[in-house]
Design a protein around this ligand. Sequence first.
Ligand SMILES: CC(C)(COP(=O)(O)OP(=O)(O)OC[C@H]1O[C@@H](n2cnc3c(N)ncnc32)[C@H](O)[C@@H]1OP(=O)(O)O)[C@@H](O)C(=O)NCCC(=O)NCCS
Length: 191
Amino acid sequence: MTPPPPHDATAETTVLDALALTSDPDLEGRFAESAHRILADLVRGGAALGWVEPPSRDEVAELLDHVLSAVRAGDAALRVAHLDGRIVGLGYWLRYARPTHRPHADLEKLAVDAAAQGRGVGRALTAALIADAREAGIEVLTLDARGDNADALHLYRSLGFTEYGRLPDFVAVGERRYDKVFCMLDLRRQD
Ligand SMILES: CC(C)(COP(=O)(O)OP(=O)(O)OC[C@H]1O[C@@H](n2cnc3c(N)ncnc32)[C@H](O)[C@@H]1OP(=O)(O)O)[C@@H](O)C(=O)NCCC(=O)NCCS
């Protein structure tokens, strides 16, 4: 079978927001399972998602509970990508907790199943999260990425994020060290 061409097939990608999930307990349960599978498999394969070891089921469930509570409070957005009827990706942003940073939010844990990468899913998720941030009146959307994560950094730059700083050799994975790259999208300055 011919493999799918890279970076297309966006038409088959459906990006749902968290409200669609929480309205259906069955869907929410399946989402927690899929999110764990996607995140744990990616970390196992060396992905730069903040974990050295694959997160446990409980750890991911706790994280999702936290994000979904924040979504209900208007302090977060969570997007889930479906491709060909399967959950293949997720991403979210959380408003900063520090009182002086409340107008701003940080995008975290953008993750697409390895088998579904290169087909526009990550781009669709990130674009939806940016639109959510705009809609919620977020002023500055930040994120950080590991310096060697060229695909992710290319994606973020292509959607308008700019680098505002870098901590050299800050990310520790065993004995290896990588730069931590800080990016921002100032939504006050965009149309
Ligand atoms: C980063 C990630 C979310 C991108 O998701 P994706 O669905 O593969 O991305 P898309 O198909 O939407 O492609 C977006 C860009 O990423 C790059 N890219 C993604 N997959 C690629 C691949 N297999 N080969 C080459 N480039 C690729 C391309 O530069 C593409 O840009 P283009 O549209 O101009 O060609 C995904 O690779 C991933 O989950 N990586 C592991 C976790 C991670 O690093 N998350 C980010 C933490 S900061």
